[in-house]
Design a binder for this molecule. Structure first.
Ligand code: FMN
Length: 246
């Protein structure tokens, strides 16, 4: 597949075959990731490769017991990492101005960009991935399991393995709703209704077709997809700050 074909074929994979991933293939896709652009070429990230079943079992609960953590043979965790850089500065009697939240952001951007390059490299080789939002929302507990020192924070992670499902492509908001020419064009109510129309109908139908989700939605009194989304995106930035400064 060409790069563009790989990109357009992307689907998150939540069911995996138990087959192990050859060591050389893991190395190949990680080396591709390391070629990603990096702020001032500082490379302020680390990648933790978790293969061991016992280690994945320890990560299962902080990852909200998502089945992919146990079913996929590999879990990759991409961390913002100023530990290595700061130690190197100290070794060289250089000033260290990196003990701050902005440094976390720089490291997080580096880590996230690398993670997506690795994801594409993996998909181009027939592997599947599923990002785990729990990496950031439970970064403190995950950091403990991975024995991360101060200044190292998990920001994104995903399961990695050979797909055992072939899900449909998921919709995206339309191009016109996402791309602005020259300057930001704020949205009218009518434009918003148009942009979110497919999401509101197809997304709602998808949620309601799952008996467990349907029951949860009906019990909670939620009336539409927007209300479901708000329940899902609750995130404490202070938790990340605490993990970075730990
Ligand atoms: C940062 C991030 C966190 C995510 N967290 C989860 C997660 O915890 N569990 C999950 O099943 N999918 C997770 N996803 C996958 C998204 O739900 C998925 O990408 C989105 O629904 C679009 O579907 P697609 O990737 O199949 O196109 C996450 C994706 C991203 C980018």
């Amino acid at each position: 597949m060409t790069v563009l074909e790989t990109i357009h074929q992307h689907r998150s994979i939540r069911k995996y075959k138990p087959d192990p991933i050859p060591e050389e293939l893991i190395r190949e896709i990680l080396e591709a990731g390391i070629r990603t652009s990096s702020s001032a070429n500082m490379n302020t990230y680390s990648i933790i490769v978790t293969r061991d079943r016992a280690e994945r079992e320890k990560l299962h609960i902080p990852h909200r017991e998502q089945s992919m953590v146990l079913d996929a043979p590999v879990l990759l965790t991409f961390c913002a990492d100023f530990n290595r850089m700061r130690k190197w500065l100290k070794l060289n009697n250089a000033p260290d101005g990196f003990d701050c939240f902005r440094s976390f952001m720089v490291g997080a951007i580096d880590a996230i960009l690398v993670s997506q390059t690795v994801a594409l490299a993996a998909e181009s080789k027939g592997l599947g991935i599923c990002y785990l939002g729990s990496t950031l929302s439970n970064c403190d507990q995950i950091g403990e399991v991975l024995e991360l020192p101060p200044s190292v924070v998990p920001v994104v992670g995903y399961s990695l393995g050979y797909p055992d499902e072939n899900p449909d492509l998921r919709d995206r908001l339309p191009y016109e709703g996402l791309v602005h020419e020259e300057t930001y064009q704020d949205y009218t109510d009518d434009q918003l209704k148009k942009i979110y129309h497919t999401r509101e109908t197809a997304g709602w139908e998808r949620y309601m077709s799952d008996p467990d989700l349907r029951r949860q939605i009906e019990d909670s009194g939620v009336e539409n997809l927007a209300q479901v989304s708000i329940c899902k995106v609750s995130f404490d930035a202070l938790q990340v700050k605490k993990a970075f400064e730990r």
